[in-house]
Design a protein around this ligand. Structure first.
Ligand code: GCO
Ligand code: MG
Length: 413
């Protein structure tokens, strides 16, 4: 059996996000694999964990024993879980699945039992400051065959005002520009009631323009107080959403029974979850309809596949988190789960950028509302490290997570 000969980390920022990819080389010449370890906002500690701890731990070990090595990495530091440690583990875990696929001569979804469907239906992001812009963008997607759209209202003023840093993330609506106390720090200001009004109106307008068959999604991004989130869920019921995402942050999911009692809107939660204790009770109690974890933040394919199976037994579908802060290797891992899991629901998808295409080749193909996994062995993806080096990662201060209420106090980003 080949053993682990070397582990290296490749970091880059091809577009706006820092990406972290792990390469595991084996004792067999030419046999290696890639994994995703992208925690974009805190990528340097992930690199340290891999280089200082996981590499010395794993060199010389049998590459075939993925479950054993996952448990070894998970328990080795005694204290466990959390996005840094889990992303580091994911980098190795996904690389080991890539290697296993290459050894078998099969794409990874074949190792999970084969495809239940040829491709994953995706939802695309549509956002804008007014109905006209949003409907035009939505129609353009629908014309190409997309059936699921995430609708967000973005700020009308998308520039640094000198006093406020206004993000264009599309979370929390058009922003708050009203009176605030002297001495407020900069940040992304949000008015929860205006946000609820404009989101409700925007969804009504999109529904009217596009008709009943289009599936609509909205991401609250945990930016509301629980009572406001419940009121919004009740209000948005009339639009027949496919799901409402993150109405509550992980710290407040104990409000879900009240939310469920108040509204029949399907709920998707999970991108901030790190461990089974986060998602297990919500699935067992049928408090969520879609499990939406970020695979690398769970620790890779090994724990995500188990989470998917647990969700399946409880009638909960998957909607894995796949924003722009994920490498194409991570996207490929989402797709392996999507096509292999019977309880797949929908896949979030952001088109690969030209810079990403320069670095990564063999990417999954997007066509007309579906993403197709590669049929090459493993993830089927190759990384050009020389090109990656032309796009160095960076550690700038992050502004968009400094989210504030009208009085200047910080709220969940
Ligand atoms: C989503 C998200 C993301 C996150 C991002 C944080 O796509 O549903 O909530 O856009 O904000 O991944 O870095
Ligand atoms: Mg989200």
């Amino acid at each position: 059996m080949p053993t682990i000969r070397d582990i290296r980390v490749i970091t880059c920022r091809p577009t706006t996000e820092n990406l972290v990819v792990v390469r595991v080389d084996t004792s067999e010449p030419g046999l290696y694999g890639y994994g995703d370890a992208t925690f974009t906002q805190r990528y340097t500690p992930v690199v340290r964990v891999i280089e200082d701890y996981l590499k010395p731990l794993l060199i010389g070990r049998d590459v075939s024993a993925i479950t054993e090595l996952w448990r070894l990495m998970h328990h080795n530091g005694y204290w466990r879980d959390g996005p840094v440690l889990n992303n580091a583990i994911s980098g190795v875990d996904l690389a080991l699945w890539d290697i296993k696929g290459k050894q078998a001569g099969m794409p990874v979804h074949q190792l999970l039992g084969g495809a239940c469907r040829p491709a994953a239906a995706v939802y695309r992001h549509v956002s804008g400051p007014d109905l006209e812009t949003v409907v035009a963008a939505a129609r353009a997607y629908v014309e190409t065959g997309v059936q699921h759209l995430r609708i967000q209202v973005t700020p009308k003023i998308c520039e640094d005002t000198g006093k406020l840093v206004v993000a264009t993330t599309g979370y929390g609506g058009s922003g708050y520009f009203g009176p605030r106390p002297d001495g407020c720090c900069n940040g992304v200001f949000i008015d929860p009631h205006a946000y609820a009004d404009e989101t409700d109106q925007m969804l009504a307008g999109v529904r009217e323009a596009l008709g009943d068959s289009i599936k609509l999604v909205h991401d609250v991004h945990s930016r509301l107080a629980p009572a406001d989130a419940i009121a919004l869920a009740r209000r948005l019921e009339r639009h027949g959403l496919f799901f409402l995402e993150d109405p509550l942050p992980p710290e407040q999911t104990h409000w879900l029974p009240q939310l469920r009692a108040a509204s029949s809107v399907p709920i998707a939660i999970g991108e901030l979850f790190v461990k089974p204790q986060d998602w297990r009770p919500l699935i067992e109690r049928h408090e969520i309809d879609f499990l939406r974890c970020h695979i690398s933040t769970l620790g890779g394919l090994t724990p995500a596949w188990r989470a998917a199976a647990f969700a399946e037994m409880h009638g909960v579908r998957t909607a894995w988190h796949c924003p722009k802060d994920i490498s194409p290797i991570g996207v490929a891992a989402n797709l392996a789960l999507d096509v292999a899991a019977p309880n797949f629901g929908i896949q979030e998808f952001v088109e690969f950028t030209p810079q990403e295409r320069e670095i990564f080749s063999g990417l999954p193909e997007y066509r007309d509302g579906y993403v197709y996994p590669s049929d090459r062995p493993g993830w089927g993806i190759e990384v050009d490290e020389a090109v990656a080096a032309r796009y160095p990662a960076g550690t700038d201060v992050i502004e968009w997570t400094q989210t504030r209420s009208p009085d200047g106090s910080l709220i969940c980003p």
